[in-house]
Structures are given as structure tokens and as C-alpha cells.
Write a protein that binds this ligand. Structure first.
Ligand code: EPU
Length: 417
């Protein structure tokens, strides 16, 4: 078993370069299959989620050439096969293949997708979008058989601005006949990245950064070259680390407006932060002020940074509160933070943090990706040694995290036990 061993309380100096966005890559890789020929994607992060997608592409007989940070994907010999559950259950994004195979072949059979256990995560909005575009869906033992005689554009009013349902509706709408309008669409930057790439491939989609997306269906798409946007959650995670330990820490290759909800809160907490066009510099500040956050869809505070931010709040003077409105199960890091010395109470969707409290190294478990990031940050600021188990969750979403942190002075390593 692999664990992360951290010797805490080391100041961090230097530059951390942010990689390509995980949640963009996991949508754009399946989207390339809509084309008739090859696409080159650059800035693909080196994380295990991408390894699973690559295995899925291989399974579908898609030609893939992966070099450092890039992926050339040629779907010309693709086959419409049922993706085995052991692959589809590894990540939520596997249901983007559902949309792509439906759009291309008008038939797909697949299991319910996997992903972090952070809530019930139903897929009803995706299924509603497929139905409105003309598909019939049969579900038996969590296996979905989806088929359509013809896919025809329609208006799709989403009940909530779901990232996954918006992406799936775009992926099917793009090759459907006529016009598709997605109302109450999600506006996360990863959706903008998908629309930009699909338009390069010959799609006709309007509505980047707006909650109404209008798609004029086309009959075929061609390959293109595309650079994935930087990962805003990785950027935010290292900025939080810099607020605690930066001496100073430069976070390079970012799009500042993508993390504005975080940097606004950091300014409120009096974090010493200089933001430039595509990088920021952050310094540790001895006295951080408590604050309150509530997670909500973009451009509000992202649920994916909530858990790392809770660790920061344990070091702020006074009472902070954190309300999680997206997922039911995103406080699983808190018992472990309390074990390390934090003072956090949970009442339904709200966590109340009393700070500042000294954290002491301990053995803790990464229950999911962002809980893992929260505990890793706790380990970096704690006195003594922290051991984190179940680190496969962390490696799903943070590329070369040990190397990036070691390069700026952290004492962190993966150990086989
Ligand atoms: N929801 C429904 N029905 C649906 C779809 C969503 O009730 O059909 C609910 C969900 O249960 C949740 C909320 O709506 O409460 C938002 O879900 P959404 O569909 O927006 O999330 P997602 O597409 O499953 C993506 C990211 C998550 C990120 C969320 C919110 C990917 C692969 N995953 O998930 O990323 O938390 O958007 O921004 O893009 C992570 O990276 O750690 C992660 C979990």
C-alpha cells in the first residue's frame, strides 16, 4: 500500500506551475471522438484519471498517441463497444462516452458512471437531455441502453446548472438535427473550453460563460489542435498552501478570473497576495482573519476548493463558517482535521471552525480527492509527521504533487508500506 509521508511546518519558496485542467481534459478527450479524424490536445495533466480514459479509448479501438502533456486521438477506426464496468466505474466523466457514442451511433450501452463518493450524484438531468433530444432509455441493474431513431434539437431546461448534464447535452446536441437550446446551463470554465474546442472542430455553438447555450446541429466534425485551460482547482489548492507557508510562493500559469471567488476571500482574510496576468505570488501572513463561505456554481465559491479552504480556516483567528450546498458528503475530511487538533463542528450543511488551532501530525485517510488535498495541506502545516492513506484519490487529480511540493521545499514523499 502507498501512503504519503509529510514532515510539516516547512516554509515553501519558489514556483509551482499549474497543469491542464482535469475536469476540462476528461470532457474534451471523449469529445474528440465526435470528429471523423485526429485531434491533438496539449496541456493534458499527468493524473490517473487520464490513464483510465486512455484505457477506455484503447478499448474502443481509438488510436491514441500520448507524449508528455499531449495526446493525439484518432477515432477513424473506433468501434461502438460496451465499456466494461471496471473502466466506467473509475470516474464520473466516463458518462461523456455515453453522450458521444449516442451522438455518433444513435445507440449506446453503459453502466452508471463512477467518481468520488461525495454525495448521491444522480444523472437524471443527463437522461432528461438525452430523452428531449429523441433518445429512448432502458435501465436495468444500473446498465443503461440508450437508442434513438433520430436525434433532433430541442429546448433543454435543466433543473439545476449541472456541469455533467450541460456537457452531455452539448455533446449530443452538436450532431443533432436543428437547434438545441440548453437553459439554466452551467457556466464553469471547463464548459467554455469544450465549446471553444467543438467550434474549432466545425460545431456551431454560442453561449460561452452564459446560462443559455444555443447549438445549431451540424452533420460532421473534423479534428483540430487545442490547448486545455489551466486547472483552476489545482491553482486554488496551491494558492491556499502559499497563504499558509509561502515565503514567497509563485503560482504560475493560471487564469486569475477563474479563481476570483477564492482570491476575493483570501483578500478578506488579509492574505498577502499579488495577482498578475497569468500568475500570482502569495506569502504566508501570521495573522489570518476568519471568514465565511458558501459553495455554489461558478462564478461562486467552488465546492472543489471547499475542503482545502477549511484547512486554511483552522489557522484564521476567530469563528468561520462553511456552507456546502452542492454535495451532501463533503465534510469527510473534518473528523481527521479534528484528530490533528482543529476545532470544527458540523451542523447539517454547515461547518463552524474556531481558530486558530495548532495542528499536530497524525495518521489520516484521504476519503476522496479534495478531502485528500485538505489533509495534505494540514500535514504541510502540522507539527511533526503526518501519514495519509488511500492516496490513490489524491493522485487521480493532482499531477506530480510530490515533485511540485518537494521542489519548493516541502518534506513529502510517497512510501510503500
Ligand atoms: N445533480 C443532480 N442531477 C443530475 C446532475 C447533477 O441532482 O443529473 C446534482 C448533483 O448531485 C450535485 C449538483 O447537481 O449536487 C452538481 O452536480 P454537477 O452535475 O454539476 O457535477 P458533476 O458534473 O458530477 C463536476 C466535476 C466535479 C465538481 C462539480 C461541481 C467533473 C468530472 N466533475 O461534477 O469535480 O465538483 O462538477 O463543480 O467535471 C472534483 O474535481 O473533485 C469534482 C468532484
Amino acid at each position: 500500500m502507498q501512503v504519503l509521508k509529510i514532515m510539516g511546518n516547512q516554509k515553501l519558496t519558489g514556483t509551482i506551475r499549474i497543469g491542464g485542467s482535469k475536469n476540462s481534459s476528461v470532457a474534451l478527450i471523449p469529445a474528440t471522438l465526435l470528429a471523423s479524424n485526429q485531434t491533438t490536445l496539449c496541456n493534458i495533466p499527468s493524473i490517473s484519471d487520464i490513464d483510465y480514459l486512455e484505457k477506455t479509448l484503447n478499448y474502443l479501438n481509438v488510436k491514441v498517441n500520448r507524449a508528455s502533456g499531449s495526446m493525439v486521438i484518432d477515432p477513424s477506426s473506433m468501434e461502438n463497444l460496451e465499456i466494461p464496468e471496471e473502466l466506467s466505474s473509475k470516474l464520473r466523466a466516463s458518462y461523456y462516452f455515453m453522450a458521444v457514442l449516442l451522438a455518433k451511433y444513435k445507440y449506446v450501452k453503459m453502466h452508471f458512471p463512477g467518481g468520488c463518493q461525495i454525495g448521491s450524484r444522480p444523472i437524471d438531468q443527463t437522461l432528461k437531455a438525452f430523452r428531449l433530444l429523441g433518445a429512448n432509455i432502458k435501465e436495468e441493474d444500473s446498465i443503461y441502453t440508450i437508442e434513438a431513431k433520430e436525434l433532433v434539437g430541442n429546448t433543454i431546461p435543466l433543473d439545476m446548472p449541472s456541469v455533467g448534464a450541460t456537457i452531455n447535452a452539448i455533446l449530443v446536441g452538436v450532431l443533432a438535427k436543428g437547434t438545441t437550446i440548453i437553459k439554466n446551463a452551467a457556466t464553469e470554465p471547463e464548459i467554455g473550453d469544450l465549446i471553444t474546442m467543438l467550434n474549432k472542430m466545425g460545431a456551431k455553438i454560442k453561449g460561452i460563460n452564459t446560462n443559455e447555450i444555443i447549438i445549431k446541429g451540424v452533420t460532421n466534425l473534423h479534428g483540430c489542435n487545442h490547448d486545455i485551460i489551466p486547472d483552476r482547482i489545482e491553482a486554488g489548492t496551491y494558492t491556499i498552501i502559499g497563504a499558509l507557508l509561502g515565503n514567497p510562493l509563485k503560482i504560475d500559469n493560471i487564469i486569475p478570473k477563474h479563481i476570483q471567488s477564492l482570491t476575493t476571500k483570501l483578500h478578506d482574510m488579509q492574505v498577502n497576495l499579488d495577482i498578475h496576468e497569468d500568475y500570482l505570488v502569495v506569502n504566508n501572513q501570521n495573522k489570518l482573519i476568519a471568514t465565511d463561505i458558501m459553495t455554489a456554481p461558478f462564478p461562486n465559491f467552488p465546492t472543489d476548493l471547499q475542503q482545502p479552504f477549511v484547512t486554511l480556516l483552522t489557522q484564521a483567528q476567530g469563528k468561520s463558517s462553511v456552507k456546502e450546498t452542492i454535495y451532501e458528503n463533503r465534510f469527510m475530511n473534518i473528523p481527521y482535521l479534528n484528530k490533528m487538533g482543529a476545532n470544527i463542528q458540523i451542523n447539517q450543511k454547515t461547518a463552524t471552525i474556531l481558530g486558530a488551532t495548532k495542528l499536530v501530525g497524525s495518521e489520516v485517510k484521504a476519503t476522496d480527492l479534495r478531502a485528500g488535498a485538505s489533509l495534505l495541506i494540514a500535514g504541510l502545516i502540522a507539527e511533526g509527521k503526518t501519514i495519509i492513506t488511500d492516496i490513490n484519490h489524491i493522485l487521480r487529480g493532482y499531477e506530480e504533487i510530490v515533485e511540485k511540493l518537494t521542489n519548493v521545499g516541502a518534506k513529502i514523499e510517497i512510501e510503500e508500506i
